[in-house]
Design a binder for this molecule. Sequence first.
Ligand code: NAP
Length: 390
Amino acid sequence: MSQRKRAVIKPEAAGQRAAGRASAGRAPAGRAPAAPDPAAPNAYGTHRVIEPPGSLPQAARKLDNRPEPYDNEVLIDVETLNIDAASFTQIERACEGDTKRMAQMIMDIVADRGKMQNPVTGSGGMLIGTVAKVGPELAEKFASGKKAPPLKPGDRLATLVSLSLTPLTIEQIKRINKDTDQVDIQGKAILFESGIYARLPEDLPDRLSLAVLDVAGAPAQTAKLVRPGDTVFVLGAGGKSGLLCLYEAKKRAGVTGRVIGLGHSQASYDRMVESGFVDVPLKGDATRPLEILSLVEGATGGRLADITINCVNIPGTEMSSILATRDNGLVYFFSMATSFTAAALGAEGVGKDVSMIIGNGYTAGHAEIALQLMRESPKLRAMFEEMFVK
Ligand code: NAP
């Protein structure tokens, strides 16, 4: 964590919290360097953590969400939140689909935590909005080219870091769209210096970009993992990230590979089939591992999948993914509803030698790769516009 050489203007009360912090100079020879002070403004935003002290903002229970930027932060006027699918589904179920109760639950979470981090799923989502203010220290970095792309007030952007670490205030919830998991609000958010973002492209509708960027890591990772000739199995294949993964898997596996998709409801099954990106469409419930194993055995002549990608939005689907994958194969858990314990102990319990990847939401170039798919495939774009531009 770099030490700042110049004074940083802080929102009022935070000054007291930081006052009296240890000076952060070099340690005398032979002594261990002083531990960095988490209350000192830094790129990762630990200065906004209220509880527990010393944690990073994602792991924190509560953040200081005052909409006044530090010198190294960006203040955003927020228009729309894209709530993570696992979180949205949990909120929708807990409120029995009543949008008034859902709005209240979202307001309560943000009031309690200073960020939109679902306490049950732990996940967040992302947002689009307009830059309201850029702290002077960051503005200098943009001007000198030390940080890119540069941002200035009035720029429209999507944050590519999770809402689970983004300080947020909501003044009003204007609309909840249960078909798209998007929530229109009036509110303000803070982007930390280390936070990644993308300027909203002018050739795509904002709601389309928001939907695609929310799951940008999935197709970008698929592009890196799938090799020509692979048999790829995608669970949740008729959903948002599932369709992007199907498309990318088909492209990478090529004519010698095979793409198998699992739809759940008739609607998501039909969507997957209509896409034309799937060689073998299957329909089933991913919480029933033996049934899914049997379907995939049937589709592969017992060989199973080389790579399995889990894009489901509910818990309890780890074992379907693991059992459907051949020994020495790979399971990529993009789903936020994945339990590390269930996956690790479950694989051990059935004696499956598979590698498992946690779906890091970020991989280099993920935003550009995902948005480019909308330009590359008219079919994909038409399907996404129908689903998300409303
Ligand atoms: P989505 O569009 O809601 O798609 C989820 C899919 O899961 C739907 O097609 C749904 O099918 C299917 N599904 C639900 N229950 C099922 C079951 N019992 N069996 C089989 N399929 C079932 O969600 P998304 O936006 O693509 O997100 C997918 C997952 O990725 C979520 O868990 C989300 O939290 C996670 N995510 C991860 C990251 C990351 O950085 N790793 C980032 C964003 C999102 P039906 O509609 O037919 O039920």
